[in-house]
Design a protein around this ligand. Structure first.
Ligand SMILES: [Fe+2]
Length: 441
């Protein structure tokens, strides 16, 4: 190859890297027929023309939706774009690429596809992969999660905070925010092919959550807005037989007394009230946030709302391990031992929220490398190794939760561990907030 051709090729590759959208991730769009798309571009794009081309055949991306917003994000030296695809039909496969028709060469991203989720209450049961504390370095669960994305092991994802670890860090790459960008590139096979729903963790707190706010801005523009929330720090959405609520547990630690805390609690109360009025249609109330109550300051502020408004299960991380607790009544500090069967694999009509810690997806702060049934009588299942869980709501009364260790990347011989839980709730709804009887309920 001639030198001039090599130079041309090198410059084409450079242009491609600079203009080609990447870090693509999806979210539920706020309405049953919509999907939210976030993507980033390294170079200055024509914001008036950037967007997503899509269609039902990879050979015919005959629809184009321009970005509803596009701007420079100095925290990662890149342009962020947000697009909302609407009019999508549940169960249909859509192919898409992000880019700008105004830039005629190498401006389009890799082509991805997704099956439009059926979020109706009559949809077949969906499987939700749930984890927290998932970083760019030591991302032990990444191969299993990517494999699961290709094999259809789960339909969509909840990542309950501590994303990339940390998104604002340069990680030694010499570019501000490089760790966040590389992480979002690494999870594209997962996040560009199904909704990747997030909540903020303590590792997202820097500069008032600026990386979280900007890199997941489509959540604010579409999903949160549809749920009456002003930002992606807290929001809710419906899927299948459940109403899902994402909260920012860090506000209580970092912004105690701040207006943000007040705003979130006001929104949360209104959202829980609305969800309860709709429980004959979507009986399950599932919540997620980065910290469980005993890890956070002022947790009683949200914990008491979750209890009294009848939240069924709450998923968190922060502690880098897996732990399933018995249902817990924060009003009386009592665990509902009566709900658990003999081997604690079924909770029947729990009288409080079921808290689950699933913070071991893998990051540079490794978990304890052992798994066993912890001696705690209030926590039937514990594992200190890497893994993630799958939630599947079978019907109006039965929800199934499983958690498995992922294969270690470092060849270590850590033992396999699994947990399996059925939660059975015959009558979903609010709980009394008064002090309990002799049993604590
Ligand atoms: Fe954390």
């Amino acid at each position: 190859m001639s030198l001039s051709r090599l130079v041309l090729l090198a410059s084409a590759v450079e242009i491609s890297a600079r203009f080609q959208p990447h870090q693509i991730h999806l979210a539920f769009g706020g309405e049953p027929d919509s999907i939210a798309v976030d993507f980033a571009t390294d170079a200055d794009v024509n914001c008036t023309s950037t967007g997503v081309a899509f269609g039902t055949s990879p050979a015919a991306l005959n629809m184009f939706v321009p970005a509803s917003s596009c701007y420079y994000f100095a925290g990662a030296l890149q342009w962020q774009s947000q697009v909302k695809l609407t009019g999508l039909k549940a169960g249909t496969t859509y192919y898409y690429t992000a880019g700008s028709p105004a830039i005629q060469h190498v401006s389009w991203s890799e082509m991805y596809s997704f099956v439009m989720p059926d979020t109706s209450p009559t949809s077949p049961p969906q499987r939700v992969a749930i984890f927290a504390d998932f970083g760019y370095f030591n991302s032990e669960s990444l191969p299993a999660l990517i494999a699961g994305a290709y094999t259809g092991a789960y339909d969509w994802v909840i990542h309950a905070g501590d994303i990339a670890y940390d998104m604002d860090w340069d990680g030694g790459f010499g570019k501000i925010g490089a760790v966040g960008s590389e992480f979002l590139l690494a999870v594209e096979p997962i996040a560009a092919t199904r909704p990747y729903m997030v909540s903020p963790g303590n590792h997202e707190c820097a500069n008032n959550f600026t990386h979280y706010r900007n890199r997941f801005a489509a959540l604010t523009n579409f999903t949160a807005k549809a749920s009456g929330s002003p930002s992606n720090l807290f929001y809710s959405f419906d899927s299948g037989l459940a109403h899902y609520i994402s909260i920012d547990t860090e506000l209580f630690d970092e912004f105690e007394g701040d207006e943000l805390v007040h705003n979130m609690l006001t929104w949360l109360k209104a959202d829980l009230t609305k969800a309860n009025a709709n429980r004959h249609i979507r009986p399950w109330l599932m919540a997620f946030g980065h910290k469980c109550s005993y890890m956070a300051q002022n947790s009683s502020l949200w914990e008491s709302l979750f209890y009294s408004y009848g939240v069924d299960m709450y998923f968190c991380g922060h502690v880098h391990s897996y732990r399933r607790w018995l249902p817990f009544n924060p009003m009386t500090n009592v665990y509902d031992t009566a709900a658990a069967n003999k081997d604690a694999s079924v909770y029947t009509n729990p009288r409080a929220v079921v808290p689950i810690v699933t913070g071991a997806a893998g990051c540079q702060e490794p978990p304890a490398a052992h798994c066993n049934n912890d001696p705690k009588s209030t926590s039937p299942s514990y594992c200190g190794n890497y893994g993630f869980g799958i939630l599947e709501i079978a019907n109006a009364t039965h929800a199934h939760w499983t958690w498995n260790t992922t294969v270690p990347l470092n060849g270590s011989s850590a033992p396999k561990f699994s947990d399996d839980l059925w939660v059975i709730v015959d009558n979903h709804g609010p709980r009394t907030t008064q002090q309990g009887d002799a049993s604590g309920f």
